[in-house]
Design a binder for this molecule. Structure first.
Ligand code: EPS
Length: 382
């Protein structure tokens, strides 16, 4: 679905590390390691994360594609080591190994385990766990941060905050400028903008932790500065909403996504659609229930997206399962896990949105260098 940018990630959760390549970023974009690592650290936070995040301190090595702090138009390669690898190098060794560990044979309901072993014909669920793990999203954030920097050069900003944990919901409507939202949400352990609700959310996670359970939730993604016409109505695979939906739904445990007003099907058309006015040489809208996208194209309003994350599937009080070896009924495999990863998912979604928007900008405006792109972007309509 991307036209101008390609990216690829590789790496297992407890292997040596993660690798990523992104191609299609114009030359002369300033980017440094500290900026990438800052966003990697945002992904690692959030109340409800498990013991693994105390082991990792994600830091990207820029391997190629950047010289003197600027992109050179070539593919950019990044590497992020897994610090936990030192505890797993027998089990995860790429060579044949005597001590490759006991096979995991009890699939966890809700996880990739059962369908994964059926598809790839494994007798050890470890092969599935390792790549289906959300560890992979570390590299997506690193690559997405390069696209975020690209967008910031055009004054396009992306932010997120958590709106629900289990049944505790934040229904407040905030009118903070979008570029200031992350400064506020990042201060909260759960990335919630309301102090009182934050406390209730944290208590809900604590309770789930106590019960050996997990909780999901919802988060909001906001984008400012997108001009008219990213994406198109002319073909199914050019619609911006479809591209954004695919990119966000590809994040582990994401189940639904909504653009603009939640549960818009409850409204009459006359209540929902955003009326059009003309002031000071600009079209203006009375509301933004469409969430900044009409007919598969950005309409120069803020893009607003809400996503739902299911409770994570690894439970320390496991559910019923069946041993893939002897077909006997047993409890599912237990593995170290997070109780809640909704705040992290919001940061990952910011990165996926950044990749899609950078691609759509390049598709519409074009340019091999940042200078050329900025020159073209001057024609953008708002
Ligand atoms: C994950 C299980 C946990 C999480 C992990 C995703 O890791 P571990 O199995 O090492 O305890 O912490 O997330 C990350 C490592 C990460 O960087 O987000 C899973 O099973 O998906």
């Amino acid at each position: 679905m991307l036209n101008k940018i390609n990216f690829l990630t590789a790496g297992e959760s407890h292997g040596q590390g993660l690798m990523g390549i992104i191609q299609g970023i114009p030359s002369n974009l300033e980017i440094d390691k500290q900026y990438i690592n800052y966003h990697l650290s945002r992904r690692q936070k959030g109340f409800g994360r498990g013991a693994r995040m105390k082991i990792e301190k994600d830091s990207a090595t820029i391997y190629c594609g950047i010289r003197n702090g600027k992109t050179i138009g070539a593919p950019i390669g990044l590497i992020i080591p897994n610090l936990d690898w030192k505890n797993w190098n027998n089990i995860m060794n790429v060579e044949k190994h005597q001590k490759s560990g006991k096979k995991i044979t009890l699939p966890r309901p809700g996880h990739a385990d059962l369908a994964g072993i059926m598809k790839y014909q494994f007798d050890d669920i470890r092969n599935v766990i390792e790549r289906s793990s959300a560890r992979e999203t570390t590299m997506r954030v690193a690559l997405g941060t390069i696209c975020r920097k690209f967008l910031e050069e055009l004054d396009i900003h992306i932010a997120s905050y958590v709106t629900k944990i289990n049944t505790i919901a934040d229904h407040n409507i905030y009118d903070f400028p979008i570029h200031s939202i992350n400064r506020r949400s990042d201060k909260s352990e759960i990335r919630c903008l309301d102090k009182k609700i934050e406390k209730q959310m944290i208590n809900t996670i604590k309770q789930a932790q106590k019960n050996g359970d997990t909780v999901g939730g919802k988060f909001q993604i906001l984008v400012s500065g997108a001009p008219y016409g990213l994406g198109s109505y002319i073909a199914w695979d050019k619609k911006l909403n479809a591209k954004l939906a695919e990119s966000i739904c590809s994040i582990n445990a994401i189940k639904t996504i909504t653009f603009g007003r939640d549960s818009s099907s409850d409204n009459y058309g006359s209540e929902l659609h955003d009326e059009i006015f003309y002031n000071n040489n600009h079209f203006t809208r009375s509301t933004n229930n469409a969430g900044g996208i009409e007919g598969g194209m950005s309409n120069a309003q803020h893009i607003t997206i809400s996503a739902t994350m299911k409770p994570l599937s690894t439970l320390s009080q496991p559910l019923q399962s069946v041993d893939i070896k002897d077909k006997k009924s047993k409890m599912a495999h237990k593995e170290r896990t997070d109780t809640c990863a909704v705040p992290a998912a919001a940061v990952i979604a910011e990165s996926m949105v950044a990749i899609v928007l950078a691609d759509s900008i390049l598709d519409k405006f074009g340019g091999d260098s940042m200078q050329e792109l900025k020159q073209h972007f001057k024609s953008a309509q708002f």
